[in-house]
Design a protein around this ligand. Structure first.
Ligand code: PXP
Length: 263
């Protein structure tokens, strides 16, 4: 599987002090040496981590293809069209969220997303849509002429976490799961795995290339591999868990450890 490493969280640490350390450009070669295949970054409307100058520098210096996550914000779409990353992944964006909380609502934003996809594709940028794993989103992605879909693995990851960790701090999305019994959580995880698998199979059958991402880590990736093997998910984009581990073992090793776990 292709490993896209999302380096936003390195920029989060930098922005905590507004200095140039840790330097994102130094991260590029370490990701490559660790066996990463792609650099993924999210230029958010609020510029809370990656900023415009990062985007330009990363595109110029990365030997790996760059996958830019972005919203349908016109200014950012125009910027992407000028700077031309290898791929643009359109994601939903809400100002108050800690991280991307769900897939795109393609039905209610069909026209605006279609217009933005056209602009990006006219500039030779391949387009991916970050969607929840369900039939409607996949069929709409096809109608929208996307090249890729990235299946949101957040539900899978949250359920896995509930069942396999002693949670000391939880986010809101996990809090909602607390009312369920262990058996119900197991059934839900089973359903989430099947949703991912069936969605990937459908996506592939429609000619869409299929990736997955969000909340994947060194523990749940083993179960995710099984899903990916059965349904031909060809890429993952992983950020928080790799950057968190890199604080203790270094970025190159953190990437290599994930690389070795992936099919
Ligand atoms: N893929 C997409 C589309 C995302 O928005 C994110 C989070 O920025 C990721 C992958 C990586 O998620 P995580 O940091 O939880 O590994």
């Amino acid at each position: 599987m292709v490993l896209g490493v999302n380096i936003d969280h390195i920029a989060v640490l930098r922005e905590a002090r507004k200095v140039n350390s840790p330097n994102l450009i130094d991260a590029l070669s370490l990701v490559e040496r660790g066996g990463g295949d792609q650099i993924t970054i999210h230029l958010r409307e609020d510029r809370r981590h990656i900023v415009d100058s990062d985007l330009e520098a990363i595109i110029n210096f990365s030997v790996l293809p760059v996958n830019l996550e972005l919203s349908v914000n016109s200014e950012i779409i125009n910027l992407a069209s000028q700077i031309r990353p290898h791929r643009a992944t359109i994601v939903p964006e809400k100002r108050a969220e800690v991280t991307t909380e769900g897939g795109l609502d393609l039905k209610n934003n069909f026209d605006v997303i279609r217009e933005k996809i056209e602009i990006l594709k006219n500039n030779d940028i391949e387009v991916s849509l970050f969607i929840d794993p369900n039939v409607e989103s996949i069929e709409l992605s096809k109608k929208l002429n996307a090249d890729w879909i990235e299946l949101h693995t957040g539900t899978f990851a949250n359920l896995y976490l509930m069942l396999n960790s002693n949670l000391s701090r939880t986010d809101h999305s996990i809090d909602e799961l607390k009312k369920f019994s262990r058996k119900e959580l197991e059934q839900k995880l089973d359903r989430a795995c099947r949703d991912l698998e069936e969605s990937a199979i459908l996506g592939n059958s429609l000619g869409l290339k299929v990736a997955g991402g969000h909340g994947l880590n060194y523990q749940n990736i083993k179960l995710f591999n099984n899903i990916a093997k059965r349904s031909h998910i060809r890429e993952v984009n992983i950020g928080q868990s790799i950057v968190a581990r890199s604080i203790f073992v270094g970025l190159e090793k953190a990437v290599r450890e994930m690389r070795e776990l992936l099919i």
